[in-house]
Design a protein around this ligand. Structure first.
Ligand code: UDP
Length: 338
């Protein structure tokens, strides 16, 4: 049966990839993780085989696709830090564009015709209007966003030449963690706001730097659209069904449609954990757009996507155990079923 076909998940040992593997497995698919474990965790690969290989090793990738009879690939394996991409663009072009080139060459050789790409709202740059629809011009302002845009364009070229149908999923800010506690949020190095805020609240690091107080937002700090990683994982599953049902190639925003500033996130961490996050106001971080907010209506229409957990405080509650924090007592009691 098509829906039980093995699906290769590059970067399946990483944060979003491992959550996608869980969702795939629960829906009856077999996730075949391909990961070089440079940043991923072997322990996060629980729902299918793990092939330890580098994406740039086209022969090894092709062999894995053929050995596992894969006809669809979900591509997560990439470098994904805006700040790092500004400081070290070569790494981003090598890993993200080089990796995509190798992967698509392997897919072509192995006869894979369906690809789901982890793309990003960073491909939009600094849009003039919010919320961002998929028709918004893509003018990325950092190397990370530029490499993701190139990957989207590569997919179109490979569709023209080799018939690879695809869905590019433009994520907004992935956050939270598996509500069942089977997977944790863990990056090394950690640069993302919510994990850093939780670490600061837990006393695992010093005060958080709030990057920029002079943006044209309601409180001067940057605004982002935080989406629960389990919602993102479900969006991938819906993209699988869409492609298996013969859907045309498309690009879709995956976001909650709700914006929160950095200072609002810090307050939500306080509400979720009962602990006040120590912070300092700091200069802007290079490459940061002031605001990014999704219009997720096309994803709703095309693949039936909706954020089931758009509540930021709940997203943070789900992430908190990754950092040894538990919700305040009254919240714990509130969650015990009557
Ligand atoms: N941010 C911050 N301090 C930090 C890390 C992040 O103020 O230590 C801000 C960052 O400038 C951005 C938002 O938090 O406006 C989200 O950043 P993150 O790195 O989590 O995701 P990005 O939006 O860059 O993908």
């Amino acid at each position: 049966m098509t829906e039980r076909s093995p699906i290769m998940v590059t970067g399946g040992a990483g944060f979003i990839g491992s959550h996608a593997c869980k969702a795939l497995s629960e829906a009856g698919h077999l996730p075949v993780t391909l990961d070089n474990l440079s940043t991923g965790n072997r322990e996060a690969v629980k729902w299918g085989p793990l092939v330890v290989a580098d994406l740039q090793d086209t022969v090894a990738v092709q062999a894995a696709l053929q050995a596992h009879k894969v006809d669809m690939v979900m591509h997560f394996a990439a470098s994904a830090y805006v700040g790092e991409s500004m400081a070290n663009p070569a790494l981003y072009y090598q890993n993200n564009v080089g990796g995509m080139t190798s992967l698509l060459a392997a897919c072509t050789a192995a006869g894979v015709t369906k690809v789901i790409l982890s793309s990003s709202c960073a491909t939009y740059g600094i849009p003039e209007r919010m919320p961002i629809t998929e028709d918004t011009a893509q003018n990325p302002v950092n190397p990370y966003g530029r490499t993701k845009l190139i990957c989207e364009q590569m997919l179109k070229d490979f569709e023209s030449a080799h018939g690879i149908r695809h869905v590019a999923l433009r994520y907004f800010n992935a956050a939270g963690a598996d509500p069942d506690g089977e997977l944790f949020e863990c990056h090394d190095p950690e640069t993302h706001l919510i994990p850093l805020a939780l670490m600061a609240a837990a006393g695992q690091r010093g005060p958080l730097d709030v990057f920029g107080a002079d943006y044209a937002t309601r409180d001067g700090s940057c605004e982002r659209d935080y989406i629960h990683v389990s919602d993102l994982a479900r969006g991938h599953l819906q993209a699988v069904d869409y492609l298996n049902d013969g859907g045309e190639s498309c690009a879709l925003n995956l976001g909650s449609g709700q914006g929160h500033t950095v200072l609002e996130v810090l307050d939500a961490v306080r509400q979720a954990t009962g602990v006040t996050v120590p912070y300092n106001m700091s200069p802007r971080r290079a490459g940061d757009p002031p605001a990014l907010l999704a219009d997720p209506s096309r994803a709703a229409r095309v693949i039936g996507f909706e954020a089931r957990c758009p509540d930021l405080i709940q997203i943070i509650r789900d992430a908190a155990p990754s950092f040894g924090l538990t919700p305040p007592m009254e919240e714990t009691n509130a969650r015990i079923p009557a």
